[in-house]
Design a protein around this ligand. Sequence first.
Ligand code: NAD
Length: 490
Amino acid sequence: MKHYDLFIGGAAAKPQSGVWFDSINPYTGEVWAKIAKADSNDVSAAVASAKAAFEGWAGTHPSQRGRLLYKLADIIEANAERLAEIEVRSNGKLYAEMLGQLRYLPQWYRYFGGLADKIEGAVLPTDKANIFNFTRYEPLGVVALITAWNSPLLLLSFKLAAALAAGNTAVIKPSEFTSASALEFAELCVQAGFPKGVVNVVTGLGAETGQILCRHPDVAKISFTGSDATGAKIAEQAGKDLKRVSLELGGKSPNIVFEDADQEAAVMGAISGIFAASGQTCIAGSRLLLQSTIHDKFMARLLEVARAAKVGDPMNPDTNVGPVATEPQYKKVLGYLDIAKKEGAKCVLGGGPYTGPGAKGNLFVEPTIFTGVNNKMRIAQEEVFGPVLAVIPFKDEAEALAIANDIPFGLAAGVWTKDVGRMIRMSEKLRAGTVWVNTYRAISYMSPFGGYKRSGMGRENGQDEIYEYLQTKSVWIATETAAVNPFVMR
Ligand code: NAD
């Protein structure tokens, strides 16, 4: 049994509470690690360590910050298999998926490492005589990075690479369900040579450790990935405390298939939108909007492919669908299956717990498809975060758009069509932070990602993100000094 301590000031630190909690392998149901529970003293120690490191890190030459981020990227690459296995043990997602993420992760550190010494202010023309005015971008200070359990190190890297490149120091609070990988990751930061205190990790429950961290007066910004319910609470408190906040929240994304689309590609896109990662992705294409003219034929092929999906051990390379990650999540998913049935949606695949070949532990849900869904139903409006697809028919482009946008969320949308004009019209009118056309689930460190509406605020990835971790200073220098009337504005 592995015991994980906290990570504060560049080293493992025992929790002052003396309490450790269980990390459970969702596939086997067994406790595989004990994780330290940080109390307010531990959080204060982590924030103090990050605060003490801030001046030095912010003052480190940006090229040197970049070099360390590059070095970290190489170390992550060398540890990808090991870290991917830890992720699978914690959240039960497919090893193939987690290894793909881990092998991709170094790119975030290289991209933002490269950007670190290209953060440029500007010399601005002004209307004032004899004034030289320029802007500087400066880091914020200590940032709190709080993440969800579904892709722990990927979600962390979406934040950490930019935050560090910009010159901030960090206190990370990973999900209580998947804490181990962040603690292992922090050790790699030491190997890379980051100064003590630049990266710290506190582990514990959200409503305890997470909340204490968010409220700490020395935390300048909270960058959060998780549910809209928690995001709203954090934003409310951050408003009272006047802290900056950025939020990456849930979704209920429409995947829209028109009659002129490449049908086989769209079927695969629909499957990848909902059954990959057992539907536990914020960008799940959990509402499949099908043009009525192709509905029955499309469904026949979709069901054929979905039925062939292999459920089982996430470490097995042949497995397509693994368990749900946590017991609360499992119960939530089953609850939505009941809700959908009561609402009158027609269950055409699955619809309950999976106990067939490959199942182990108690957290498998059958890949499930409901047809005849009306967009007003809860199964169409609320995020399930499991392998559950709601299929909604539509007549034409206008109706597809109306249904797609009639939702509180706006994280992503998929469009399948060969009509170039429609691609452009749809991408303009869909109210979502990401629109994919004839593809789905494409993400890159180079392209901004984030939500409209209740899916969040702020952007991660791409050059946009660096400004989430910077503040602008405007500097005014008089080129000729003169004694002027002090009682009027210059
Ligand atoms: P969650 O909101 O329950 O928890 C997220 C994190 O917040 C965890 O680390 C948790 O410990 C912490 N937390 C909980 N309450 C807190 C509080 N009061 N103060 C501070 N921290 C607190 O979400 P989850 O179940 O871990 O993750 C699933 C959700 O995350 C889904 O809604 C999913 O769509 C969303 N998600 C969004 C993105 C994105 O980039 N938009 C990516 C992945 C997941």
